[in-house]
Design a protein around this ligand. Structure first.
Ligand code: NA7
Length: 536
């Protein structure tokens, strides 16, 4: 065996998995496609890239000394600062020495004779292939890492430069004086648009589905705030540990319609001004009661109409296919106001779909838009894509793609029946993108490493969820989604709707981070009920 554990990924989850495994005496091989640590925050370096969760929460909690060693400069950290933080963590715990960087995983098979996984890799720059073996295989491959490169006719014929927000060049391209076409209006497009509009000669934004976006009132932390943050960190983490989204924030103390109209509007204004994703959870019932949702939705739509001067453009920017917050709500720095600029134009692809990309630009049903540069902000094959692209196969020949042919089946979003000793950090069936991803990764990794240590202690070679236990969890995940309005977002990547041919199933666990954590604890407390532990 090359190591006890192979970990794929050097983002928040992968780095913590390596750190935790090493600290408990397990030997680890980390594999990462990028040349350095960072994961999502390595690749997504497009203009305006910023986390929509406050910096003080979107950071590791496992080590108080680490917490005290880092000072966030802004309320919402930009990509370079988050990447610098992850480099700091890698340096501090000397994690890079466990990794092979610049290496792509091309397949993984469970070898029952050897009692573990054989993971096949290709060196991205040299091209050589290798094979590595370990008893345990941790996929910390990220929810938003398999880039969606839409198959638009003529894409290869475009004469200008093409960039993907999710694989942005390390050297920022110079867009000054350029006519830029940007396709995609999710978080990435919405963050990039105001900045590109300020650089380019002209910007045409191609919108297939409008999204709700909340202004992000970002600002530097003052020295006094930074001091207080450090002092109050333990309390902040305590409040987050079992909270529904893994942050210390709650909702308004009354349901939307229990509050009188003035009170409602005041509560909404407060959240609007606080900014960021919290607006999606102003009222406790906003995500489950359509009438409560309408209150917040109408408030947000009024703001869009106030900001955007041209009423036709404003109407186009208002979503028509989902209750607010049921697709990932976006946060922006002047997105709507950008459409008041003379050099910016919105093209509604629902009215004039793209026919083709042509050498000189983008041709829709109504016109050809000349472009020197195309920016694809077209998102990801989210939640499952990074895993199904590896398509691990288990001891009885079961392949992940087959096991998940009708949608992801998991135990706690962490394990898959038929694939022993394999763990999917932030996998479908866990809260993942609905929660604070950093604390979520810590909870899952702690659980997984504890299971590995228990298996070692008991002389167990294989740990695998029973099919009925995985089915029961998957059903529980579906039921939790049914209690919410999430499944009503017909074009959401939460449901896989952005990828052609992908099964439409709401994938994250909507029961809340705290509830999820208690489920994980209960399974461990009941001697891993639901798992089969096999000794050879
Ligand atoms: P998203 O949110 O998936 O957004 C991708 C956008 O690209 C979205 O507007 C898509 O429209 C659009 N898209 C995708 N394919 C096409 C094609 N073929 N033609 C036109 N438009 C297309 O990805 P982001 O990177 O912005 O954000 C992902 C998450 O990262 C975000 O939610 C945060 O959690 C952080 P659609 O909606 O599918 O109609």
């Amino acid at each position: 065996m090359t190591a006890d554990v192979i970990v794929i990924g050097a983002g928040f989850a992968g780095l913590y998995a390596v750190r935790r495994a090493v600290s408990t005496g397990l030997s680890v091989l980390g594999i990462e496609a990028a040349p350095d640590v960072g994961g999502t925050w390595y690749w997504n370096r497009y203009p305006g890239a910023r986390c929509d969760v406050e910096s003080v929460d979107y950071s590791y909690s496992f080590d108080e000394a680490l917490q005290q060693s880092w000072t966030w400069s802004e309320r919402f950290a930009a990509q370079p600062e988050i990447l610098a933080y992850l480099r700091h963590v890698a340096d501090r715990f000397d994690l890079r020495r466990h990794y092979r960087f610049g290496v792509d995983v091309i397949g993984a098979e469970f070898d029952q004779e050897a009692g573990g996984w054989r993971v096949r890799t290709r060196d991205i720059s040299q091209g050589g292939e290798s094979s590595h073996a370990a008893q345990f295989f941790v996929c910390a491959t990220g929810c938003l890492s398999a880039v969606n490169r839409p198959d638009i006719p003529g894409a290869d014929d475009f004469a200008g430069d093409v960039y993907f927000t999710a694989a942005w060049p390390r050297e920022d391209p110079d867009l000054r004086g350029k006519r830029v076409g940007l396709i995609g209006t999710g978080s990435s497009g919405i963050q990039a648009v105001p900045i590109i509009a300020g650089q380019a000669e002209r910007l045409v934004v191609f919108q297939r589905s409008a999204n709700y976006s909340i202004p992000m009132p970002n600002r530097p932390w003052s020295a006094e705030e930074q001091r207080r943050i450090r002092e109050e960190y333990p309390e902040r983490r305590r409040m987050s540990a079992y909270a529904s989204a893994g942050t210390p924030h709650g909702t308004y103390h009354k349901k939307a319609l229990e509050a009188d109209p003035d009170e409602r509007i005041e509560a909404l204004w407060r959240r609007w001004r606080e900014g960021g994703v919290l607006f999606a959870k102003t009222f406790p019932d906003q995500n489950s009661d359509p009438a409560a949702n309408d209150v917040a939705r109408e408030f947000a739509e009024e703001r869009i109409r106030e900001i955007v001067h041209d009423p036709v453009v404003a109407a186009d920017l208002i979503p028509v296919d989902h209750p607010i917050g049921t697709k990932r709500i976006c946060t922006d720095a002047g997105y709507y106001a950008t459409f008041n600029r003379d050099n910016v134009r919105l093209v509604n692809l629902r009215r004039e779909p793209i026919d083709a990309i042509v050498p000189e630009g983008v041709r829709t049903g109504a016109a050809t838009y000349p472009c020197d540069v195309l920016v694809f902000a077209t998102g990801f094959d989210a939640l499952t894509g990074a895993l199904t692209r590896i398509d691990p196969s288990g001891p009885r020949g079961a392949r992940l793609r087959d096991i998940w042919a009708d949608g992801p089946v998991t135990f706690l979003g962490l394990m898959v029946p038929g694939l022993p000793n394999l763990f999917t950090i932030s996998g479908p069936g866990s809260p993942s993108v609905l929660a604070n991803m950093v604390l979520h990764a810590e909870v899952q990794v702690d659980w997984v490493i504890e299971l590995m240590l228990t298996a070692r202690r008991l002389g167990v070679h294989e740990v695998e969820p029973r099919r009925d236990a995985a089915d029961a969890w998957t059903e529980h995940v579906a039921k939790a989604a049914e209690q919410t309005l999430f499944p009503k977002a017909s074009s959401s990547w939460y449901l896989g709707a952005n990828i052609e041919g992908k099964k439409r199933i709401f994938m994250p666990y909507a029961g809340g981070f705290g509830t999820y954590r208690r489920h994980c604890e209960a399974v461990a407390d009941q001697n891993y009920a639901g798992l089969v532990l096999t000794t050879r």
